[in-house]
Design a protein around this ligand. Structure first.
Ligand SMILES: [Zn+2]
Length: 329
């Protein structure tokens, strides 16, 4: 009896010791088990510049048409299986837009998939500008930066494929919403939910593959400005809090906790909202919107040009998203 008890005690101690050892091993293994490629910020910056060089990517313009062809070509060059989804959509000011969602699938045979998205169109007017409220603007950050990060990730995937499949979805018609302080004045046709985010509404109701069910999605919007900080956005926290944790924790591991701040901001109308609501795919938004500040001062103004773009911010976002994607198996 006594010996049996002693034996049990020794056994218990050895179990505790070995389980402590195990958790200590886990705690020190914060370096990724997989070799995550490094994000090339110079190349991403060049991708922003290239879009800006086309001119504002305003729907129904030549710059918009040329950009669509170039995006398709770049995604194919990176080995993506590209699907173009053309559709028409109305605007609050009476236009009918010819729009195109552009989808590129990498390793399409893989069951487990991660969806990465951005919008590629530019808002047609700088309605928050202090002077030129009707002028078009470059949209280097609003649109351009998210697309650039995804094109660069596509290039990285070509060089070394992650274990999960990846789908890059470039939404069109995100940014033709009503003018500042006019929200909700013009009634919306029955088949649409909002004047903003036309491409994501259309895609969510007409996915490029009917049974498409990614594990989760990450939307990038305005991810290139100098000193940008990203907070936990309300709809992301409501629909996909674990994905938010995953991404913000990854940023912390990589030393980017100053950029990915663990504090909350309210829900914003952006493409992820419709992907969550209509397609019911959990999707988060990495977007520049800060407490007491709101959007950066470039937002929907003529200041949104190459001068606001920082290679460092593109790199922080690119490395964080890649780290998350390459951990999945
Ligand atoms: Zn915008």
């Amino acid at each position: 009896m006594k010996y049996a008890r002693l034996l049990a005690l020794i056994l218990a101690i050895s179990i505790i010791t070995s389980s402590c050892k195990k958790s200590a091993d886990t705690a020190t293994s914060s370096t990724p088990a997989v070799d995550v490629p490094k994000f090339n910020a110079d190349s991403a910056y060049a991708y922003v510049q290239h879009q800006v060089d086309f001119g504002p990517r305003i729907p129904n313009t030549e710059a918009h048409r040329k950009t669509a062809a170039w995006l398709e070509q770049e995604l194919k060059k990176a080995g993506g299986q590209v699907t173009i989804q053309p559709f028409k959509a109305p605007t609050f000011d009476g236009a009918t837009l010819e729009l195109k969602n552009i989808i590129a699938s990498f390793n399409p045979e893989k069951q487990k998939r991660i969806m990465l998205a951005a919008h590629w169109d530019t808002r047609p007017f700088a309605d928050k500008d202090s002077v030129k409220r009707d002028a078009p603007f470059d949209g280097a950050n609003d649109g351009g930066s998210g697309v650039a990060v995804l094109l660069e990730i596509a290039r990285a995937i070509k060089a070394k494929a992650p274990r999960a499949g990846v789908d890059i979805v470039l939404f069109d018609g995100e940014d033709w919403g009503e003018k500042d302080n006019a929200s909700g004045r013009v009634p919306i046709p029955e088949e649409w939910d909002d004047w903003w985010c036309l491409g994501s509404q259309y895609w969510s109701a007409n996915k490029h593959k009917p049974n498409y069910r990614p594990y989760y999605g990450i939307l990038l919007d305005m991810v290139g400005a100098t000193d940008a900080r990203f907070f936990r956005e309300g709809h992301s926290m409501q629909y996909a809090p674990r994905v938010v944790d995953k991404v913000w924790n990854a940023a912390g591991i990589l030393g980017y906790a100053d950029t990915f701040v663990k504090a909350d901001v309210p829900g914003l109308t952006d493409d992820h909202l419709f992907v969550n609501k209509i397609a019911q795919i959990p999707m988060i938004d990495i977007v520049q919107f800060a407490p007491n500040v709101g959007w950066g001062d470039f937002h929907h103004t003529t200041k949104d040009n190459m001068e606001v773009i920082s290679k460092r911010t593109l790199e922080v976002v690119g490395n964080t998203v890649m780290w998350v994607v390459y951990q999945e198996e």
